[in-house]
Design a protein around this ligand. Structure first.
Ligand code: GDP
Length: 470
């Protein structure tokens, strides 16, 4: 399928998804307001039938994207070629033949936050190294998760270049990209100034069309390549991941559920009940079973709250719950920064990424790491998730705009109008047919119907690296 075909097909999927979100939300509102039991019954019937039609529609869309003209096979092969290309490019810049003469980026793991947040910090460092043709040197000894550093669980980021050779470092600043200094030190992304245009959610110009053709979320796909390179497990970790997968009975079809509780709730995210997560899991399996009847429903459950597993087993007896209970026990506050908790969170994010679908909150970096790692593993896994709160984002990203593809005029309070071509700085999808954003043309902020907009992804000219490395 051509680039235009793929873009049009995904836009059609996007619009039909928004259509169902809108109908479902409006009917649910009507039901909650209704006093007459007959009205409630009628609305329930409409919801059930419309929901079923939507599932059939999704399966037809799946068929069109995967089976017709063997498009799914083509996509898988193209995604594998692209992954191979990008991984070799990263390996090329990370393995200079003369380390002493190679220009470097220096980062450390001192950022005081959880694993997902620290991994994203290193990811931004590696992306910056790639875009500025420098080798990333990561200082990780004394890491709060493992005193021995990154290599206690992952492969070294380089086989040839591990230190700055005592060369003095300069902080990132104006002119950093053209600076001849040997070692550039990066602050955390929030303090980066000036902010380069290659930061997420940008994608490289030279691969822009190919990525857009193969994936519905090229930005997450691109980030996922760097997260994948960084988290290549070392021999011990590889054995641990494989043994755990087998021991826990991790088998497809399986939906990954990540329930982030403890310190996050009330501080950085809202509480969501297990039933809310499971409603989306049920939806996914109901749709899947129209294509593959009589399967065993499996959920991989990851959480920082061990109670969630008990509740799940009690209330959903027709599911098998696969869960590493040790991981959630060591994930709690207080005991978080240990070898065991590191193993636990690496395993949990690895298994989340190996699921067929994810239900989680994108406000959590754990959930986003799972989604990012998932992208390079498939042809197009951009729709294999349901976030209960945010849309996908990268902490410290550049402006993220959606572009209006139709005019929209409204007098409704709290809503915004736009003209075709306007850029809307996106704040979030309310998953009810509406999203919230700021029209960059007039500065007005409010809700708008999501289906009248498309994601606008920045492309930036990044190095393409020598052919032999690709
Ligand atoms: P965020 O706070 O959810 O955005 O993600 P961070 O990764 O920055 O910090 C959360 C930390 O809590 C993780 O790094 C883990 O140490 C722990 N944690 C949260 N959820 C899980 C989980 O599902 N499994 C495990 N093993 N640990 C978790």
């Amino acid at each position: 399928p051509s680039l235009e075909h793929e873009v049009a097909r995904r836009e059609m999927e996007h619009v039909s998804g928004e259509f169902w979100l809108y109908i479902h939300a409006e009917l649910t509102k009507m039901k909650e307001a209704a006093v007459d039991p007959d009205v409630v019954r009628t609305i329930n019937r409409i919801l059930a039938m419309a929901g079923d039609i939507h599932m059939t529609l999704r399966n037809k869309q799946y068929q069109l994207s995967e089976d017709v003209d063997a498009a799914g096979d083509w996509r898988k092969a193209e995604a594998a070629r692209l992954t191979d290309l990008v991984q070799r490019r990263i390996a090329f810049i990370q393995n200079p033949s003369n380390c002493e003469k190679a220009k470097k980026i220096l980062c450390n793991l001192g950022k005081g936050c959880g694993y997902g947040c620290q991994l994203h910090h290193v990811t931004y460092c590696l992306m910056t190294a790639y875009a500025s043709q420098r080798t990333l040197i990561l200082q990780s000894e004394g890491w709060r998760y493992a005193a021995r550093g990154w290599e206690s669980v992952f492969l070294p980021l380089s086989n040839t270049c591990h230190s700055t050779h005592g060369q003095p470092s300069t902080r990132w600043g104006p002119g950093a990209m053209t600076d001849n200094t040997m070692v550039l030190e990066l602050p955390i992304v929030d303090s980066l100034s000036p902010r380069p245009r290659f930061l997420p959610l940008a994608i490289p110009e030279d691969l822009g069309d190919r990525l857009t053709r193969v994936s519905g979320d090229p930005s997450a796909w691109w980030i996922g390549q760097f997260v994948t390179y960084l988290t290549r497990p070392n021999t011990d970790m590889q054995a641990y991941l494989e043994n755990s997968k087998q021991k826990l009975g991790f088998e497809s079809p399986i939906v990954g559920v990540h329930v982030r509780r403890t310190d996050k709730v009330g501080m950085e995210a809202q509480f969501h009940s297990l039933d809310e997560y499971m409603g989306h899991v049920e939806d996914w399996f109901n749709t899947y079973e129209k294509r593959h009847p009589d399967i065993q429903r499996r959920v991989f459950l990851a959480s920082d709250d061990p109670e969630v597993l008990q509740e799940a087993k009690r209330n959903y007896p027709n599911y098998i719950f696969v869960s590493d209970t040790e991981a959630s026990k060591t994930a709690g506050l207080g005991s978080r920064y240990t070898d065991a908790s590191l193993r636990g969170i690496v395993l949990d994010t690895y298994l989340l990424s190996r699921c067929d679908f994810l239900v989680c909150t994108f406000s959590s970096q754990v959930c986003r790491v799972g989604y990012e790692l998932m992208q390079p593993l498939h042809g197009d896994a951009s729709q294999w998730f349901r976030s209960l709160d945010d849309i996908f984002y990268y902490g410290g990203q550049n402006a993220h705009n959606w572009e209006a593809v139709e005019n929209h005029d409204t007098d409704e309070p709290g809503e915004i109008s736009f003209r075709r071509g306007d850029l809307i700085g996106i704040a979030g999808n309310h998953w009810n047919g509406f999203s919230k954003g700021k029209n960059t043309r007039n500065g007005k902020t409010g809700l708008f119907p999501s289906y009248k907009t498309v994601n606008k992804i920045e492309r930036f000219k990044m190095p393409t690296y020598p052919k032999k490395s690709c």
